[in-house]
Design a protein around this ligand. Structure first.
Ligand code: SAH
Ligand code: SF4
Ligand code: F3S
Length: 433
């Protein structure tokens, strides 16, 4: 019998990308064949996201378009939207045959193999620690390593704790093992992943101790991590970041809002003043640290004055870049009960104003890098020219290195010559071993 071919599409955050690698690895080990040709696949797998209504609408639209193409392919919906909707997905479209939630997707190979014509929905939740990892695949230089799953923070707007379950941390020795395996397979950078890496705890080991452990027991040249919740972002972590070159000097620290009243209603457990204080300490310790953030506009009850405070914070902090969102009601969250009282056009107008401000700041901050020497991991050929290569500097900013394609896969010193709000462009000034 010929091997069944699967086509896999991923929505949402880095955790979903990591899980998709895992699914790919589980299925290929079980004899399934991965294909990039959607039309030629026997089964189409969608690894979905529920964080905003729009993310779900996109996945639902894809289900409709796959089904209406008339190929009679089986569709498997996995991940966060599968966990949230469960059985309901079967009635959305009759080609949806499998629905596997965030703690069940690891059974995917056996479930697809046992497919005997019946529909299968598995959204069972396990609160035990998880421990599975993928075989490294492909040629990439950078990879993700999940260190924890789930979230216990219950920010009032957020669906993640409901779809990903309680926080579970992975044993440090397994994290180290996975990093060493990736290192042996040519990776030069890893991202430690969790919804809130700063609350990592395994026995007595906290996140900054875990970083120490990874530094000691691996030789991976670059270590990044995502995401840091401001309430748990500690001085010990700042010191750890400042003390070792292998820990990259970039931090994603979602602010969400600059108004204390909104932050309180969001259940974020910090004030704007406390947040600013942490930014100040971070910059004192690491002067050239790259800081990025997430911001929501139009949260229930957000007044013009609240929004003004967000703009003021953005102006004061000067983030290198930011992800900015309109509030989207998620059913079952605490904020659902607050109503969705900010009219759509007001949300859009605030978002537009915020994006324009941030773009101006990003342009200014990027331009300030002109003339500096940056160490860049040259990851891939640049889109504009096959002679050029692109990658990230230590802080995580995108850099195009002219003439860099000869050195793909290496660290190079690049002298920055020009910039836009999102990319730096420079010339190779030297190479590093
Ligand atoms: N664990 C991470 C991020 C998770 S979701 C953290 O705490 O930062 C990524 C971002 O999506 C959040 O930071 C938030 O800005 C945004 N987000 C989450 N729920 C949202 C909602 N209901 N509407 C709009 N944006 C939302
Ligand atoms: Fe959502 Fe808050 Fe958890 Fe982040 S920390 S995943 S925003 S509940
Ligand atoms: Fe989306 Fe799930 Fe990540 S809801 S943002 S894919 S944890």
């Amino acid at each position: 019998m010929k091997n069944k071919k699967f086509y896999l599409e991923t929505y949402g955050c880095q955790m979903n990308e990591y899980d998709s690698h895992l699914v790919e690895s589980l299925l290929t080990s079980a004899g399934f064949e991965k294909t990039e040709d959607e039309k030629g696949a026997d089964i189409v797998i969608l690894n979905t996201c529920s964080v905003r209504q729009h993310a779900e609408e996109r996945a639902l639209g894809r289900i409709r378009s796959i089904s209406s193409a008339g190929k009679r392919q089986e569709i498997a919906v996995i991940g966060c939207m599968a966990q949230r909707m469960g059985d309901e997905l079967l009635s959305v479209n009759s080609d949806v045959k499998y629905v596997l939630g965030t703690d069940s997707f690891y059974k995917i190979a056996e479930i697809l193999e046992s497919g005997n014509g019946s529909h299968i929905v598995d959204i069972s939740c396990r609160d035990e620690p998880f421990d599975y990892e993928s075989k490294p695949s492909g040629q990439s230089l950078s990879d993700y390593v999940t260190i924890m799953r789930g979230c216990d923070n219950f920010c009032s707007y957020c669906i993640v704790p409901y779809v990903r379950g309680r926080e579970r941390c992975r044993p440090p020795e397994r994290i180290v093992e996975e990093i060493n395996r990736l290192d042996q397979n040519g990776r030069k950078e890893i991202w430690l992943l969790g919804q809130n890496v700063n609350s990592y705890k395994f026995d007595s080991m906290d996140f900054s101790a875990l970083l120490g452990n990874v530094l000691e027991n691996t030789e991976i040249p670059r270590i990044r991590f995502l995401t840091s919740h401001p309430k748990d972002f500690s001085q010990a972590l700042i010191e750890r970041m400042a003390s070792d070159k292998r820990i990259c000097k970039g931090i994603h620290l979602p602010m969400q809002s600059g108004s204390d009243a909104v932050l309180k209603k969001m259940n974020r457990k910090y004030t704007a003043g406390e947040y600013l204080d942490k930014i100040r300490k971070l910059r004192e310790a690491i002067s050239d640290v790259v800081i990025t953030t997430d911001i929501i506009v139009g949260f229930p009850g957000e007044s013009e004055d609240d929004f003004r405070r967000t703009l003021d914070m953005v102006e004061e902090i000067e983030y290198d870049s930011a992800f900015m969102f309109r509030y989207s009601v998620r059913s079952g969250t605490r904020a659902e009960k607050f109503g969705d009282d900010i009219p759509e056009e007001v949300k859009l107008e605030r978002l537009d104003q915020l994006i324009r401000l941030q773009k101006r700041i990003s342009e200014k901050k990027m331009a300030a890098q002109i003339g500096r020497l940056q160490t860049v991991l040259l990851e891939r050929t640049a889109k504009q020219s096959a002679q050029d290569a692109r990658g990230k500097n230590d802080g995580g900013l995108n850099v195009v290195a002219r003439g860099g394609s000869k050195y793909l896969g290496e660290f190079a010193d690049v002298e920055i010559k020009s910039s836009s709000y999102s990319t730096l462009v420079g010339e190779i000034a030297g190479r590093q071993e």
